[in-house]
Design a binder for this molecule. Structure first.
Ligand code: AKG
Ligand code: FE2
Length: 345
């Protein structure tokens, strides 16, 4: 089954009922693990329903996100994201971060930053992560926000671990599988707000929502509101994008670059971007002149492996016919290289 939403936008991304993995028999678990494996091989993305994070909690998370971004700029900047890319926590105002696709030299990064992403974000990590302490607003600026985010974080963390269990089963990674490689809290919960913007600005590429990029960790969970606009590149036809519309009760899960490398490119780290939503004439929608593209809110949760994990081809991902393609690298060395490109100095 592939994804369709209420306005029948079709997408190449399959929808899988993860409750059959979470609570099913051994045979059910194996079946779901193989389905996820095949989605990650084909498109690098999968929708999971029955993922165990309840809808009410998710609605609350979106409501908190809206409240946060509705605060005056002067208040939001009381939790400022530090300059540079090594401490990825706190609030980033529109225009600060430009997502780049494998551009490491200063000139290439400067060029990408000419079309600013028009979005603002708030990042938080695990409360126990001493390498990147969280940066919160003073409690009285938005009472309850911190407590909610601290309670939402472990729900996403738990889901990532169960998806890693499924992947371990698919590859026959010996017990305890991949889950322990994510035991040290290198996760990042991001609240994203794309403010309402004139359609022409997006069409004429004066500003973008989020530029085409791949994620650079292992797995990303993405919860999105009903606005749409997320698009994924066809791995077989670079430059051709199809919609990844919001699907009721589903979390979208995708592979990041580190996991693609770890799997010896069995799984794809697919390029994606946020463009004009179908409802105002984006890919898959009707050509209609509306002046304003509505606000979009999304909540990605990024996972990566413990920094000392040596990333070298996983079992089941290489053999004589498919030799190992990459030198071993630690997760930390790899992430640092990618982060440096995010915030040009
Ligand atoms: O807002 C979205 O749906 C996409 C966000 C995203 O791709 C990212 O933050 O890496
Ligand atoms: Fe992304």
């Amino acid at each position: 089954m592939t994804a369709t939403n209420k306005t029948t936008i079709t997408s190449p991304i399959p929808i899988i009922d993860f409750s059959k993995f979470l609570a099913g028999s051994k045979a059910d678990k194996l079946q779901i693990a193989h389905q996820i494996d095949s989605a990650f091989r084909d498109v690098g993305f999968v929708y999971l329903t029955g993922h165990g994070v309840d809808q009410q909690t998710l609605s609350q998370c979106f409501a908190w996100s809206k409240e946060f971004f509705n605060l005056p700029l002067a208040t939001k900047t009381l939790a400022p994201h530090p300059p540079g890319g090594s401490h990825h926590r706190g609030y980033s105002a529109p225009g600060l971060e430009k997502v780049s696709q494998h551009a490491y030299d200063a000139e290439a990064i400067a060029k990408l930053r000419e079309v600013p992403d028009f979005k603002e974000s708030f990042e938080s990590g695990n409360t126990t992560d001493e390498s990147q302490p969280n940066i919160w607003l003073p409690e009285d600026a938005l009472p309850g926000f911190r407590a909610f985010m601290e309670s939402f974080f472990p729900l996403c963390e738990a889901l990532v671990h169960r998806i890693l269990d499924a992947l371990s089963l698919a590859l026959d990674v010996p017990e305890p599988g991949l889950s322990p490689t994510h035991s040290e809290s290198l996760f990042q919960l991001r609240l994203l707000h794309y403010p309402s913007i004139g359609l022409e600005e997006l069409k004429e590429n004066k500003r973008s929502r989020i530029n085409a990029h791949s994620d650079f960790g292992t797995l990303t969970l993405l919860f999105q509101d009903s606005v749409g606009g997320l698009e994924v590149e066809d791995p077989k036809q670079p430059g051709r994008f199809s919609p990844a519309p919001p699907v009721e009760d589903a979390v979208l899960v995708n592979i990041g670059d580190l996991m693609a490398r770890w799997s010896n490119d069995r799984w794809r780290s697919t390029v994606h971007r946020v463009g004009i939503p179908p409802m105002v004439g984006g890919i898959g929608g009707k050509e209609e002149e509306k002046v304003l593209v509505p606000d979009r809110y999304s909540i990605p949760f990024f996972a990566t492996a413990n920094m000392d994990t040596v990333i070298e081809a996983l079992p089941g991902c290489w053999d004589e016919e498919r030799p190992r393609k990459y030198e071993p690298v630690t997760a930390w060395g790899y992430v640092q290289m990618r982060m440096a490109a995010l915030y040009a100095s």
